[in-house]
Design a protein around this ligand. Structure first.
Ligand SMILES: Cc1cc2nc3c(=O)[nH]c(=O)nc-3n(C[C@H](O)[C@H](O)[C@H](O)COP(=O)(O)O)c2cc1C
Length: 231
């Protein structure tokens, strides 16, 4: 083994001009790779956006692990431009619902174009957002834009989008349901969540167990042939 790879953190190695540490690859035998990928697909293929939640409490620790996992996402220039605000206090969730429904009434009643409303029709969504109070937790994900913590932001939106993907995957894997909700506009969330102006809310994600009688829209995913192009 190359000894230079065993240098402790912070020591330039292997002739590189910046500090490195040994990489810790997840070693999967080539013969097991496809099976591992297929098994993960089967788990992820069962994820659905849920809009009817039970108030059953969350198991201890899951939110923290999911947010730790989200925060492992790659990010432009490693800026890690995310903030995950977890609301569990009923009074805070009530304020969130009230403010969100006021915005959504405007959206569905006035601002949304006919075309947009048509695209939303098969999902059965409207201004009413009871899940913001019923779900035991709501995670509001903020992008951290230019400010004291992030003097030079890079690819903020893209980085936060990837982090949210990991968040949803971890919560799903733990048996919890999520709803990726994007009220528009979202400025009111800074006040509800006590966040400074350089942080911009991007997702409101209720988390919990689905209601026992929860149903989901009968929609389908595009087949591989339609989404993958091999050149
Ligand atoms: C960026 C983004 C924004 C979304 N916004 C909303 C929303 O505001 N309200 C809602 O009910 N669903 C919202 N969804 C959920 C989508 O409608 C849902 O993911 C899609 O219909 C596919 O269904 P599935 O997640 O069950 O596979 C959003 C999803 C994404 C990725």
């Amino acid at each position: 083994m190359d000894q230079t790879n065993e240098q402790p953190s912070g020591v330039p190695t292997g002739g590189l001009a910046y500090p490195t540490v040994p990489h810790r690859p997840l070693t999967v035998p080539a013969g097991a790779a496809e099976e591992r990928a297929r098994t993960f697909h089967e788990v992820m293929d069962r994820r659905r956006t849920v809009r009817d939640f039970s108030d059953r409490p969350l198991p201890e620790g899951v939110l923290e692990w999911a947010i730790r996992t989200a925060a492992t996402a790659p990010s432009g220039a490693n800026v890690q431009p995310w903030r995950f605000v977890v609301l569990t206090d009923p009074e805070r969730k009530r304020r969130l619902r009230e403010a969100a429904e006021a915005e959504e009434r405007e959206f569905y009643g006035r601002r949304a174009s006919a075309e947009w409303l048509e695209a939303l029709a098969p999902l059965g969504t409207d201004w009413s957002k009871p899940f913001l109070e019923v779900a035991p937790a709501v995670i509001v994900v903020f992008e951290v834009h230019k400010g004291p913590e992030t003097p030079r932001p890079y690819y903020t939106k893209e980085s936060v989008g990837i982090a949210v993907g990991l968040l949803l995957a971890t919560l799903h894997q733990a048996g919890l349901a999520t709803l990726t909700h994007t009220p528009s506009p979202m400025r009111f969330l800074n006040e509800v969540c006590d966040r400074p102006p350089e942080e911009r809310a991007a997702y409101v994600i209720p988390v919990g167990y689905p209601a026992e009688d929860a149903r989901v829209p009968d929609i389908h995913r595009k087949p591989l042939e339609q989404v993958m192009i091999r050149l």
